[in-house]
Design a protein around this ligand. Sequence first.
Ligand SMILES: [Zn+2]
Length: 278
Amino acid sequence: MRPYSVDLPGGSAKKPEVPPAKDRVPNPYRAPRPKDLLFKGLFEIRPEGNSLGFDDQPIHLTLSSLYLWFSDGSSIPLAAINDLSLVQGDSFLKIEFWHSHSEQTGVLLIRPRKFMNVGAKSLLREFESALRASWKRAPKRAEFFGTKENPSRYITGGCEKGDAREARPLSLTSYWSMGIPVVFYASRTQKVEHLLCQVHGERLALRVALQNGLRGYLGLGGVVFAPMVAFQNAAALVKAYPRSSKRAAVLLFGFALPLLGIVAAILFYVAARNGLTP
Ligand SMILES: [Zn+2]
């Protein structure tokens, strides 16, 4: 079975139908899994062309009529794409896109993940033409993102988790590590940009901090990286919501395992002093 498939409607220049209100998304950079699939494949990302914060794992990429979709954590609306080009001897596809939250340009350098790169270039060309065709048919930027005069028919805006209209982009990094280098070691870092109101943003920041605070220290590298991620996430929270009072808690949760260790050591010491241990 071929891992890739192209299924483009035979050259029709028809625009995609406008999705019903319930299918409109608050955050187009974190769209739900699209239903209309035009192309699917396993790709890898070149680190220097990775402004979406992907880790080094291969990504399952899906092309639909409105999105280039990677996971529940990230997608690029086709309307946001500035330019597409094959680079480095046609080995990589460079996707330049506009990010509406930060008003900045992002870059993604990708190529198909193939054993020994056999057939990778032809698949990349196939994908490039499929993406280019969808991009041309997709709604234009002003129509997709909407303007004050003409609100978007595709994006509802607001919080991803609730009905709040006031939402801010919040970048949170998840991190875990396990084992000792040389013997066995694995770690993973993943950054996701959410669009959340302060209530949901603080809640998520605390949850991510606690997960990182417990799982981040199970590997030797975690001693260095888990604290860095804890400070990063605490800073991200304050950047998103300057008046948030949860910064200290997020930071504290980010050190959960070492703090538990210290508490356990103190309890053990006190118990030992009082002759309570065997
Ligand atoms: Zn909310």
